[in-house]
Design a protein around this ligand. Structure first.
Ligand SMILES: *Cc1c(COP(=O)(O)O)cnc(C)c1O
Length: 235
């Protein structure tokens, strides 16, 4: 077995255990293999081990990889979305995880209309209120939710967050709880289902699952240590 295949099998086992521990169905969580900075060959190894869903955060880096790999792979865009890249992102990716403003949401809705698409999206929440991170401030999201729900082309799956860096996995737990509680409050207030929570990365995906994650974005635990950073936000 390749190292990537071994890592995947280990992680899928841990995901299953975390689901069972927290009384959830073992298939309730989707693993997104974050392949940013890793070559197409690494993605191919993961694919050959059975992984079908991958995450990338830069369109320039992702396009050649997507083109080089089988069309049966599913690609999620997890990075910060630049306005001038929206059209390409919609063409290459099935799900966008980081819609972080009403303005970007409206624009994405408009371009999706032009392309005849109904993209699935997550609304990113800046749950720790960090100036270095993107995402809706929770109060702003509440104020703008009504208008977001009128954007008929966007299938809003739920909320996404990248919690503040902490000393260990447990330090992320309160942020995951906060995102889930915000989701629960929005569902009540707007009578609208937000079933998905995209939260948890290599260091804390088990904790995220215990707190309700439906999508975990795991890179280095599958592919190994990244040797360079891809953007200002997360390497
Ligand atoms: C890079 C990245 C991940 C994966 O991080 P790892 O620590 O390698 O698992 C998850 N989410 C986002 C938004 C990222 O940019």
């Amino acid at each position: 077995m390749s190292e990537i295949a071994e890592n995947l099998s280990l992680i899928l086992g841990k995901i299953r255990d975390a689901c069972l521990r927290s009384g959830r169905e073992p298939n309730a969580v989707e693993l997104i293999a974050v392949s940013k900075t890793f070559p197409a060959q690494s993605v191919r190894e993961a694919f050959e081990a059975g992984q079908l869903v991958f995450g990338e955060s830069k369109i320039q880096e992702a396009e050649p990889k997507i083109a080089a790999l089988p069309g049966s792979l599913h690609w999620h865009f997890i990075g910060r979305v630049q306005r001038n890249k929206v059209r390409k992102i919609l063409q290459d990716f099935e799900v966008i995880h980081a819609i972080d403003s009403l303005r970007l949401a409206s624009y994405t809705n408009e371009i999706a209309g032009e392309l005849g698409l109904f993209p699935r999206v997550f609304l990113q929440v800046n749950i720790g209120g960090e100036s270095s991170k993107g995402g809706f401030d929770p109060a702003v999201l509440r104020a703008e939710m009504e208008e977001l729900l009128t954007l008929g082309r966007l299938e809003i799956l739920g909320l996404m967050c990248i919690p503040p860096a902490g000393a260990d996995a447990e330090s992320a737990r309160p942020w995951f709880v906060a995102l889930r509680e915000l989701r629960d409050a929005l569902e009540l207030e707007f009578s609208f289902k937000l079933p998905a929570l995209s939260m948890g990365m290599s260091g804390d995906y088990e904790v995220a699952i215990e707190e309700g994650a439906t999508h975990v974005r795991v890179g280095s635990a599958i592919f190994g240590k990244r040797s360079y950073r891809v953007d200002g936000e997360l390497g």
